[in-house]
Design a binder for this molecule. Structure first.
Ligand SMILES: Cc1ncc(COP(=O)(O)O)c(C=O)c1O
Length: 456
């Protein structure tokens, strides 16, 4: 029900900017009206209407009202298409619960807070931050946490700045093997801080680090920093297997779990901190279903170093509405993350198998396809990929140009292996040349059948 209300907030129920009292009238009486009004107040959309009315009364102001309705229209069109009609299968995306969305629009988003107590009035933000950090420690089995990084990339920057010395080296998965470009020598962050890139020997058949060869490289090169984790992430990395080599080489060992943080939180992928990494960090909005942002958790020995680098050098104001929303999402993961993560992976395996059986080339068929939320299509030709991903978009099935297909959002909406089989059928028809316009209504019908948000 709330999802419907969130749609009407942008659409036809409020065709023109209204005063707050008019909104109450339009929404009518009863529980639905009350909930809708609350939602308007929580999201600030009433204020958008009020601001527009006020602006239109200013002398010499002609267009503010029409700007406001234009903005509503654009956002409304996006919302109707992407949030109601599309099967969103982008592996780095997810959807937040309604409570998380409401917390994102709360007053903390208007406030500053700084460690040196420069700003007064922050006692409840202080309390919230401690509470969020405590939940994060519980979820990831960490000694300490910070929810302040504004993105996964910024969490990476904090990690590199803290642990890789200028003139030293960093060992990561190469972008050519599905590593994260932001940590590469292709204009990635290490190049800005005079840190030299080394790349893991990689078994591209198994889509994983070649642990034996990597051990040799770590012994020879003694990198300052070894970063596990990658963007095309199908199987757990050999963290345990390489921990001893890293220790002996004096290499700091961390894990960028941007893609798999929700699976780790649910205890279903691997436990990087328990396997030897000092830090686990990443995005909070891919397989984890928080607001867009970043997080770092770790072992006590590195806490002071990381926090000292973070503030004020790399994060000053940390966007406290986001932290409120993330705290809530972490509690959702604490309560329901296990069931969610298991279903995400079950769905990914089911989707991969169904695609494979229908003749769509899926990577790693011999190795069980995947142990994560991602299914990776085995296509090389750029033109073919462009054509397929555009045709899928035309059919209201949204994937990236990778082509990784992710099951997190569909799972959060309640889809199961049966629906994955249906998704595979629609994708395979587009792959085999059926006109996307014929698939589109079927994709939308499937999407519309799953409008709730589970595991909240
Ligand atoms: C492995 C990895 N690390 C970091 C990031 C950056 O995350 P964000 O988009 O939150 O900055 C990404 C983004 O896709 C990623 O795949």
């Amino acid at each position: 029900m709330f999802e419907r209300l969130a749609v009407t907030e942008l659409g036809p129920l409020v065709p023109a900017p209204r005063q707050r009292s008019e909104c109450w009238l339009v929404m009518g009486s009863g529980l639905a009206g009350l909930r809708m009004s609350l939602l308007f107040h929580m999201t600030g959309l009433v204020d958008l209407a009020d601001d527009a009315v006020a602006a239109s009364r200013l002398p010499g102001s002609f267009s503010s009202t029409s700007y406001a309705s234009q903005i509503r229209k654009i956002v409304g069109k996006h919302h109707k298409w992407r949030a109601e009609e599309c099967l969103n299968m982008i592996a780095s995306e997810n959807v937040t619960s309604h409570t998380v969305r409401q917390l994102l629009s709360g007053d903390m988003g208007h406030r500053y807070r700084a460690d040196d107590r420069f700003y007064k009035g922050t006692k409840f933000m202080d309390e919230l931050e401690s509470f969020g950090e405590k939940i994060a420690c519980e979820v990831f089995g960490a000694d300490w946490a910070t929810l302040r990084p504004l993105s996964g990339h910024l969490a990476d920057m904090i990690m590199v700045s803290t642990l890789a010395k200028p003139g030293g080296s960093i060992l990561t998965v190469s972008p050519a093997d599905g590593g994260y470009p932001g940590l590469s020598d292709q204009a990635g962050y290490p190049t800005f801080v005079n840190v030299r890139n080394l790349y893991f020997p990689f078994d591209s058949e198994r889509m994983n680090i070649d642990a034996e060869k990597a051990r040799g490289l770590i012994e020879d090169e003694k990198p300052s920093l070894v970063v596990f984790g990658q963007s095309f992430f199908l199987f757990p990395h050999p963290v345990k297997e390489l921990a001893e080599a890293c220790n002996e080489a004096g290499s700091r060992m961390v894990y960028d779990g941007s893609h798999v943080l929700g699976l780790i939180a649910g205890g279903e992928f691997q436990r990087p901190l328990q396997e030897g990494a000092e830090l686990l960090l990443g995005s909070t909005h891919k397989s984890l279903f928080g607001p867009q942002g970043g997080i770092i958790v770790g072992k006590k020995e590195v806490e002071a170093e990381v926090k000292g680098r973070q503030f004020p050098g790399l994060v000053d104001n940390a966007h406290w509405n986001r932290i409120a929303a993330l705290t809530y999402a972490l509690d959702e993961a604490r309560r329901n993350g296990g069931k969610y993560a298991a279903r995400v992976i079950e769905n990914a395996k089911a989707l991969a198998k169904s695609l494979h059986e229908r003749g769509v080339p899926v990577k790693c068929a011999e190795y069980g396809f995947t142990a994560s939320h991602q299914v990776y299509l085995n296509m090389k030709d750029e033109k073919e990929i462009d054509r397929l991903t555009q045709r899928l978009e035309d059919a209201n099935i949204i994937v990236d140009r990778g082509i990784r297909i992710g099951t997190c959002e569909a799972t959060r909406h309640g889809m199961k292996p049966k629906e994955m089989d249906r998704v595979a059928e629609l994708i395979s028809q587009v792959y085999k040349g059926t006109d996307p316009a014929r698939i589109r209504p079927q994709a939308t019908k499937l999407r519309r059948g799953f409008s709730s948000i589970l595991y909240a």
